[in-house]
Design a protein around this ligand. Structure first.
Ligand code: C2E
Ligand code: MG
Ligand code: MG
Length: 585
């Protein structure tokens, strides 16, 4: 039964209204003035308030305003009973939020019709409100469970699904396989084609994944998860993953471009690896990262040693964070020699980390960790500044012409202010840009060639030289070499070490040297360790070399001694020296 509160000071009118409403099945209660009515309404919220516009203690309009500001009374239908019958009074009441205005005198039918209409309207409003709440709940629910871009379950919901699937696998004593799949070089793809195309590509990948016989979810930006249910033998899983990788590597058409991707996949299985859903997903992630670090488009089953390696790397990354401020980093310099003169023509700055417990850690170990964590950006800047300062200090002591080479990582090449950083270090140290050469490994350059071209041209415009390091290992196409403002190729020591034992290495090195000469590029051979290699290179016309034959990387004091003629490099064989150019002593 609907409860109606009648606020009316005139006793007779109040009791008439109550009786009229009671006749139509309403439970009507009365209040003799405004304040009493308000208190009654607050204490026991009615379904409708019927109120006179004129009250002695609290004006009807003021009472309506207070109701509309009240948390519960705000939505209670409010009908005025008034003696003023002009339109202005009615409009005022409605503007303040009244639901109806009944001018005295009115009939029984009129009042009941008004009350019923207001209650019905309120009912409908309430229903539509509930509907909106429901829709909002569904939207929130969708957003908290589904990835809006790919319409795949998000990480949280995917994990719920793994949990559920694991529950049934345990009940039915079946195995369960969780895969973590990441798109290799995702960052480079986005940098090349833009975020919009990247999103389009992710949706296309998601569509291909949806066609697999597996539960699929999007775990992170370029990372997807899959659950394979049903008893699966090791071989069947392997077969599934191989087919999946093959399917994903077929080209995609994105905004008129043909894009190809590769995917690394980590695999963890119940019961072999874990019986916990979170642990399985973490293990699959670990195995996936392991693949990513070691080469592309691989897949691996989780193995506990992977976690140990990862924990170790994590620890190193944390320690590396403080290595600069703790003065644990040092730059060594390896001489580069012209074999026709035996003279030092340059030095390459090579970073060293003196770890307080582990001793000297090789850059091959910690540079990839620094690249992963982004620490390479401040570290690389520190190396460049330190090396340029050192070079200037040497320059003040000798008039010998020689150059400085500094390695740049792929991550630095993506750094927005790289050119400004190099320029400011040159300015700050007073170094001549023409004496500096920046080395980029061929592999990193090829991964992001189209996005790097502009940056490389900007660096070149500063006057800095650019070298491709480890040349021969990164499958660069010759057409790229022409597009890039490169002036030096450094033949990787894996070729140099094979020169005299492997015919193929000799043929390739010869071809590289020949090509470099035709393209008018300088060439430096890395990792020259013995006289036979030196002779071979000399025979091919490659005269600039770097390697243990002459010297390992040296501390700055040792380089200074060389430059000042207080120390010497091993002698270049006489047969290679060009007459009149001296042996470097
Ligand atoms: P890289 O730039 O190709 O440097 C040459 C590497 O070969 C150096 O290893 C050097 O010590 C080594 N080497 C020199 N002569 C010989 C030889 O005759 N035989 C053999 N087997 N090796 C020789 P290192 O110093 O361990 O550096 C390894 C790599 O770490 C470098 O290769 C470079 O890619 C990277 N790296 C070093 N310092 C930095 C740095 O400051 N920044 C960046 N981004 N990378 C760096
Ligand atoms: Mg180098
Ligand atoms: Mg190299």
């Amino acid at each position: 039964m609907k409860r109606i509160l009648v606020i009316e000071e005139e006793t007779q009118l109040r009791s008439n209204l109550i009786s009229m409403l009671a006749l139509d099945g309403f439970q009507a209660v009365g209040a003799a003035n405004g304040l009493a009515g308000l208190a009654q309404a607050e204490a026991d919220v009615p379904d409708l308030i019927l109120c006179n516009t004129v009250l002695s203690d609290l004006d009807g309009y003021a009472l309506l305003l207070r109701c509309r500001r009240h948390e519960q009374l705000a939505v209670v239908p409010f009908v005025f009973v008034g003696v003023e019958s002009d339109r202005a009074a009615v409009r005022r009441a409605m503007n303040l939020g009244a639901d109806d205005y009944l001018s005295l005198p009115f009939t029984h039918e009129e009042i009941v019709a008004s009350v019923q209409a207001c209650l019905k309207k309120r009912e409908m409003n309430h229903r539509s409100y509930l509907c909106q709440v429901q829709q909002a709940k569904m939207t929130i629910d969708r957003m908290s469970h589904w990835d809006p871009l790919t319409q795949l379950p998000n990480r949280r919901y995917f994990l719920d699904q793994v949990r559920e699937a694991l529950g049934s696998a345990k009940q039915q004593q079946r195995s369960l396989v969780v895969l973590s799949l990441n798109i290799d070089d995702w960052r480079a793809i986005v940098m090349t084609f833009g975020h919009e195309s990247g999103d389009g590509l992710l949706c296309a990948i998601a569509e291909r994944l949806k066609c697999c016989q597996a539960l699929v979810g999007r775990l992170a930006e370029s990372e997807f998860g899959l659950v394979l249910r049903g008893a699966m033998q090791h071989q069947q899983v392997t077969h599934f993953v191989q087919q999946l990788q093959a399917k994903l590597t077929e080209p995609y058409q994105i905004n008129g471009h043909e894009v190809r991707i590769r995917a690394s996949v980590g695999i963890a299985a119940y019961p072999q690896h874990s019986s916990q859903p979170e642990a399985l997903l973490m293990q699959a992630d670990t195995a996936m990262r392991w693949c990513q670090q070691r080469g592309q488009s691989q897949y691996r089953f989780y193995n506990p040693s992977m976690s140990a390696i990862e924990a170790e790397q994590h620890l190193l990354a944390t320690e590396l964070n403080r290595a600069i401020e703790r003065d644990q980093l040092e730059v060594h310099y390896q001489p580069q020699v012209d074999i026709t003169t035996g003279q030092v023509i340059g030095v390459e700055a090579l970073l060293r980390w003196h770890h307080p417990q582990r001793g000297l850690i090789s850059p091959k170990t910690f540079i990839p960790i620094a690249e992963d964590s982004g620490m390479i950006v401040p570290i690389g800047e520190w190396v460049l500044r330190t090396a340029c300062r050192q070079y200037q200090a040497w320059k003040r002591l000798t008039s010998r012409p020689f150059k400085l080479s500094v390695n740049l990582s792929m991550r630095q090449l993506q750094q927005e202010n790289l050119v400004e950083m190099v320029e400011s270090i040159l300015r700050e140290t007073g170094m001549d840009a023409r004496s500096l050469s920046l080395e980029l490994t061929e592999t990193s350059l090829m991964k992001q060639v189209s996005t790097s071209v502009y940056t490389l041209h900007q660096l070149k415009a500063l006057g800095v030289g650019l070298s491709i390091d480890d040349f021969g290992t990164g499958y660069s196409s010759l057409t790229y070499l022409n597009k890039l403002p490169i002036d030096t190729l450094k033949i990787d020591h894996s070729f140099v070490s094979q020169l005299t034992v492997n015919r193929n290495a000799a043929v390739i090195s010869n071809a590289i040297i020949d090509m470099a000469q035709r393209l008018d590029l300088n060439i430096v051979a890395e990792g020259v360790e013995n006289r036979r290699q030196l002779e071979f290179l000399h025979g091919c016309g490659c005269y600039a070399v770097q390697g243990f034959f002459y010297s390992p990387p040296l501390k700055h004091g040792q380089v200074q001694a060389l430059l000042l003629g207080k120390n010497f490099l091993p002698q270049t064989p006489r047969s290679m020296l060009v007459a009149g150019k001296g042996s470097g002593r």
